[in-house]
Design a protein around this ligand. Structure first.
Ligand SMILES: Nc1nc2c(c(=O)[nH]1)N[C@H]1C(S)=C(S)[C@@H](COP(=O)(O)O)O[C@H]1N2
Ligand SMILES: [Mo]
Length: 315
């Protein structure tokens, strides 16, 4: 790529540019940016600021985990099983150019360029709790758009009941996917899934940034989902395909250990993992453990999705 990618203007920069350019120069510049979609707007490298409006109604009132911790204590098995492997090794992931194939039981299947996905609807900031099934948690200000805004665009057919997410398969970029990699445990590519009504829930966020910046590679660049009422592994990173299906899709962790990781995997302090309790959690940066809340604190918004289901069962 010979042309250096311009980064998205924040609203301040737009005002500044308007101040120092004549209106005509400004219009020409803006038109050029529109003509070069791959080179404009969202084609922002890691670490670049990403403007978004905070959705206060859907944001926690708690302080965010330190950026330093949220970007160095990660689960991303494609880079290895240690918490610091992703931060050390994720420079090998190339998040541009990137496309996401959206297909399956939809009327309008389409392969979207990442920059098109960023323009689907205005970027929102949502401060969510993230609870890992391992018993730790963080508070992260994510940036993204509701997954529903993408799903509605492709028009699911009446037969669509589930949504499957697939992470990139590329052993050149992901050392953990290479044959014989020490500690490799999963059947690549990583896949995850949601029921369609879960995927359409307003809390389910198609995520492209965090802490006011473009999503760091170790957090799943350039695009991931975040499903805050479920254990963290449901929130698949570096997604290349979103497929609507009639049957419940197999998922990477469920295939690896079905007795430990169910399809639903809603955060539930009353159901222990076979090897540890889920009653409490360690909030990264805090000393004492705190109680884990049903649905990770989002029960009011999501419990109705599971009316009539036995939440003690793993499914
Ligand atoms: N592709 C992929 N997605 C993944 C994982 C993974 O190993 N590979 N780990 C999951 C787990 S267990 C958690 S807790 C979250 C962690 O997200 P974070 O590193 O951004 O906090 O990502 C989830 N998504
Ligand atoms: Mo996790």
């Amino acid at each position: 790529m010979l042309i250096r990618r311009a980064r998205r203007f924040t609203s301040n920069e737009i005002t500044d540019a308007k101040l120092y350019l004549s209106r005509r120069e400004w219009m020409i510049g803006a038109a050029l940016l529109t003509l070069l979609p791959g080179e404009s707007g969202a084609a922002t490298p890691q670490g670049q600021p990403l403007g978004a409006t905070r959705n206060e109604a859907l944001s926690l009132r708690e302080p965010a985990t330190k950026f330093e911790a949220a970007t160095t204590y990660n689960n991303f098995y494609e880079f290895g099983v240690n918490k610091d492997d992703p931060a050390r090794l994720a420079h090998t992931l190339t998040p541009r150019p990137w496309t996401v194939q959206v297909d399956g039981l939809v009327h309008k299947p389409k392969t979207y360029d990442i920059d098109e996905l960023l323009r689907l609807s205005p970027l929102e900031e949502r401060v969510y709790a993230l609870r890992c099934v391992e018993g730790w948690s963080m508070v992260v200000p994510w940036i993204g758009v509701p997954l529903a805004s993408l799903l509605r665009r492709v028009e699911p057919t009446g037969q669509a009941k589930y949504v499957e997410f697939t992470t990139l398969l590329d052993p050149r970029q992901f050392p953990g996917q290479r044959a014989g990699f020490f500690g490799s445990t999963l059947d690549w590519p990583y896949t995850e899934g949601l029921r369609l009504d879960e995927a359409l829930h307003p809390l389910t966020l198609l995520t492209v940034g965090m802490y006011g910046q473009v999503l760091p590679n170790q957090n799943g660049a350039p695009i991931r989902v975040v499903v805050p009422w479920k254990y963290g592994f449901k929130s698949a990173k570096s997604i290349v395909r979103i497929r609507l299906t009639r049957e419940q899709p197999p998922t990477a962790w469920n295939k690896a250990a079905p007795q430990e990781y169910g399809f639903y995997s809603n955060v539930n302090p009353a159901v222990d993992h076979p090897r540890w309790s889920q009653a409490t959690e360690r909030r990264i940066g805090e000393f004492r453990r705190r109680p884990t809340l049903p649905f990770n604190g989002y029960a009011d918004q999501v419990a109705h999705l599971y009316a009539g289901m036995d939440l003690r069962k793993l499914y």
